[in-house]
Every structure is written in structure tokens, then in C-alpha cells.
Design a protein around this ligand. Structure first.
Ligand SMILES: Cc1cc2nc3c(=O)[nH]c(=O)nc-3n(C[C@H](O)[C@H](O)[C@H](O)COP(=O)(O)OP(=O)(O)OC[C@H]3O[C@@H](n4cnc5c(N)ncnc54)[C@H](O)[C@@H]3O)c2cc1C
Length: 441
């Protein structure tokens, strides 16, 4: 039976999906890819273009996971500064190797949005792609030092982030709630489900095969081959790419517990009025703030506001999630009290303990890439290419991030309770810090 898509704006407005059927019977391929999100689809596209036989399978349909549910913000700056990243890697790999990885990783991150938009142009993917920039803002005075440190860290490696003051933020965002921000000019947005479907069509046209409604429930190594088993068939493959991110299960031991699947909630308002269109993000950038329980938003092609925040319990938005979204809209745009969610849905973000994406090769011919910490629109697109390059034989030490052992996220079994307790506490801290920030009327 098919897994239903969430009741999202993206599912309601996306370009039609390519025809997808479930796997029946036994097949052979060069590379089997589990997960038909941005990671798996990009990998399939790169492989198929090189003449490699690639088969993608997903428990749902193309874009069923986070790739069809996200905010569509293409954000080319990581949570960590390049210095922090180098420091973290130096402890594991030594200073010299850490410096080499950090240099490649930061350049890949900085170029990630350009690479995504170039991909969209090359394959003529119809996904409302717009590269108008990404605004990020500090949510209160207490957040400004860390915010500026991150900005300086990235500018030191050529990010070209432009500082924004309160009046610029008001002019560009239509909100008076922030005093300090940056503009990352290379950022932008896509309609994520259309982007996923467009990647799938490009991969199919290049010769890849995609099976939907095919949960893989067993992965076994037989000599030099891997066997993937679903309820109605098997795939024998020389290589396997696990591209399951926040939806990772126990298919390969340890992968599920190497990340924490954090719920993120998205909403879409009614189509904005002329006045709202003129005031809110007139330059059509995307916007995100530095709250622990983040607020982030953007306009869509038809001028709805897609507004997101964290969730607590379930991928189906609860009343508390709706309340958090409403409170976010009121905080950012108090002048428009009529804004409310017409669509609301959720999905899973994969958070890693070091806030960096993870690349693994846990056995010969088996690779996994995951853990984008909420920045996966651009990064999953990059990771798909990296996984394909590994499958094509590129050396692991030439990668822009280290190929590491799969390690358990500390205290993983307590994550649900932890999130439930932490979110209200973090919201409280965000609110207190932001209150200090509110301009006098
Ligand atoms: C609500 C929300 C908002 C977000 N907003 C943004 C944003 O604005 N900007 C940004 O950069 N990032 C954002 N993200 C993160 C981004 O969407 C993800 O990082 C990215 O889509 C991950 O892509 P993926 O292909 O690795 O994984 P996914 O798209 O999650 O795909 C994984 C797939 O694996 C399949 N799968 C798992 N196990 C099996 C199995 N055993 N057999 C078969 N199939 C299996 C699942 O069905 C799923 O479809 C957001 C995420 C969410 C949930």
C-alpha cells in the first residue's frame, strides 16, 4: 500500500510526478540507492550520466521524505564556522588533514547554492527556482556576538556576507523584530517537491530506474555483492548508497541512532494581499532567524508565505505546533494579524552531535551520507554527488568531508523525551532574549 503524502502546499502544487511503480521480482544493478530524496536522486543522476546502472528505491514515492516537505530554502552557510569545523576535525584527524578537509568543505558549502541552481538550469527543472539571496538575523542582543562571529568566520573564507542593520532588515524583510542580520547573496529558494520530481525525471532520462512503494527490509552481503530485499522482490548490486537521512531505520546497524530525527513544522498562509506582497520580502529573499526554536520563511511563486518552526512530537502538526506557527507570524509580522496557516505539515530533520553532515563507508561497497542539520536542500544535493563519486571510485581522502565510522548519537534513546522537555525551555529563552530586542513603538 502507498504511503500517503502529507497535506502540504508542495504536494498540492507540485509538477506531476514521473510514473513510479513498486519493485516486483529479482533484478541486478551496479548501484542500488535507498531513498528517493535529493541525496539519492542526485546520486542516481550523476551515476546514470556516467553510464552506470543505478536503481533507486523508496518506501514512499519520490520526495516522500524531507525532500518533499521542507521550506525550500537554499542556504549555503553552515551552522558551524570554518574555524570550529577545523578544530573538531583536528581532534580526530590531526591538524593537517583537518585543514585540508575544512578548506574543501567550506568551499563546497559556499558553492552549494550555485551548484544547485546550475543543476536546475542544466536539466530545465521547473521548480520555481529563485536565487535572490538568504537573509539571516539575530533574534536578540544576546545572540548578536555569536551571530557576528559566525559571519566573520565565513567572510574570512570568502562568503561575502553583507551585514544588515535594523532599518535594512525592515526594508528588506518587512519586519521590525530584528536588529542585526546578514545577506547571503547566493542563497535562494525552490518548490522542493517539484525539485525532487524534476531530479527524478532527469535521472530517469539519463537511464536510472526508480521504484516507489518499496521499503527495503533486509540488506545482506553475499561475497562481492549486496542483496536488498523488499516484500515483493530483491535487488543484487555491486554497491549500495544509503540516502535515508532523518528516515533512517535499522536497515544497516547503527545508522538510525547516529542521528536524532527532529521534527520540523512548515505552514503556508493564504495568498498575500497586495500590501503584504509589497511589504514582506519585496526582493523575494528567504529569511531565517537565530532562535533555538527557529522561525524561517519565504514567499512562494503564488505569493503565499511559507513559515516554519520546530515541532515537538509528530510529523502531523498538533494544536501546539499550529500555535507556535501563529505566534511566530504574530512576532515577526504583528502588523498583519490576519496571517494564518492554510496548510500545515511536518517532517524529520536529521541532527548530528557535531552539527556537521556525516559520510560513511561502513563496509566495502556500502556508503551512507546524512545529517544535514536542517540545511539539506543544498547539502543533500552535494552529498548525492559525493556518494556517486565514491561509488565511481574516487578516493575517500579526496572527499570534502571525512569518511567516518558510524557512531551512536549520545543518549539517543532519550531523544524524544529530551526534545519534549527542551523545546518549551528553549522557546522561553528565545522569547526572553527577543523581548530585549523589540523596538519601541
Ligand atoms: C519540515 C522541514 C523543513 C525543512 N526546511 C529546510 C529548508 O528550508 N532548507 C534546507 O536546506 N533544508 C530544510 N530541511 C531539511 C531537508 O529537507 C533535508 O535535509 C533533505 O531533504 C534530506 O534529503 P534526503 O534525500 O537525504 O532525505 P529524505 O528526503 O528524507 O529522503 C529519505 C528517504 O528514504 C526513504 N527510506 C528510508 N528508509 C528506507 C527503507 N528501508 N527502504 C526504502 N526507503 C527508505 C524514505 O521513505 C525517504 O523518502 C527541512 C526538513 C523538514 C522536514
Amino acid at each position: 500500500m502507498s504511503l500517503p503524502l502529507p497535506d502540504s502546499l508542495w504536494a498540492a502544487t507540485a509538477n506531476p510526478a514521473p510514473t513510479q511503480s513498486a519493485l516486483r521480482g529479482d533484478i541486478k544493478t551496479d548501484v542500488a540507492i535507498v531513498g528517493a530524496g535529493f541525496t539519492g536522486l542526485r546520486a542516481a543522476l550523476v551515476l546514470a550520466q556516467q553510464g552506470v546502472d543505478a536503481v533507486v528505491v523508496d518506501a514512499g514515492q519520490v520526495g516522500w521524505g524531507a525532500s518533499g516537505r521542507n521550506g525550500g530554502q537554499v542556504n549555503p552557510i553552515a551552522h558551524e564556522s570554518p574555524d570550529n569545523t577545523r578544530h573538531k576535525w583536528a581532534q580526530q584527524f590531526g591538524k593537517q588533514q583537518a585543514a585540508a578537509y575544512t578548506e574543501r568543505f567550506t568551499q563546497m558549502y559556499l558553492n552549494s547554492a550555485d551548484e544547485l541552481f546550475e543543476l536546475v538550469r542544466t536539466y530545465n527543472i521547473q521548480c520555481d527556482a529563485e536565487q535572490n539571496g538568504w537573509i539571516r538575523a539575530a533574534h536578540g542582543p544576546a545572540a548578536i556576538p555569536a551571530f557576528e562571529q559566525l559571519m566573520q568566520g565565513w567572510n574570512a573564507v570568502g562568503a561575502g556576507l553583507e551585514p544588515l542593520d535594523q532599518s535594512m532588515l525592515q526594508q528588506m524583510g518587512g519586519t521590525r523584530s530584528y536588529q542585526r542580520g546578514w545577506l547571503a547573496k547566493r542563497g535562494g529558494s525552490v518548490q522542493p517537491m517539484s525539485y525532487a520530481r524534476g531530479l527524478a525525471s532527469a535521472a530517469l532520462a539519463a537511464g536510472a530506474t526508480i521504484y516507489a512503494d518499496t521499503p527495503i527490509n533486509r540488506l545482506q552481503q553475499h561475497g562481492k555483492h549486496w542483496q536488498l530485499t523488499s516484500a515483493a522482490g530483491t535487488i543484487s548490486a555491486e554497491k549500495v548508497l544509503l540516502c535515508t537521512n532523518g528516515y533512517s531505520d535499522d536497515l544497516f546497524p547503527g545508522l538510525r541512532t547516529s542521528i536524532v530525527p527532529v521534527i520540523s513544522i512548515q505552514s503556508a498562509t493564504q495568498v498575500l494581499s497586495e500590501q503584504q506582497i509589497a511589504e514582506i520580502l519585496p526582493g523575494r529573499q528567504t529569511f531565517a532567524d537565530s532562535r533555538r526554536v527557529i522561525f524561517y520563511w519565504r514567499k512562494t511563486a503564488e505569493n503565499r508565505l511559507v513559515f516554519g518552526s520546530a515541532g515537538i512530537a509528530a510529523e502531523v502538526a498538533t494544536q501546539a505546533d499550529r500555535q507556535r506557527i501563529l505566534s511566530g507570524l504574530r512576532t515577526v509580522y504583528p502588523q498583519f494579524p490576519e496571517l494564518r496557516p492554510e496548510y500545515i505539515w511536518g517532517g524529520r530533520i536529521a541532527v548530528t552531535a557535531d552539527h556537521l553532515p556525516h559520510l560513511h563507508q561502513p563496509a566495502p561497497g556500502l556508503y551512507a551520507g546524512l545529517g544535514y542539520n536542517g540545511r539539506g536542500v543544498a547539502m543533500a544535493t552535494m552529498m548525492g554527488r559525493l556518494l556517486a563519486e565514491l561509488a565511481l571510485g574516487k578516493a575517500v581522502d579526496e572527499m570534502p568531508l571525512p569518511v567516518t565510522e558510524i557512531k551512536k548519537y549520545p543518549f539517543h534513546r532519550f531523544h524524544r523525551t529530551g526534545i519534549r522537555l527542551l523545546v518549551p525551555f528553549m522557546e522561553l529563552r528565545d522569547r526572553r532574549e527577543a523581548r530585549l530586542n523589540r523596538p519601541k513603538a
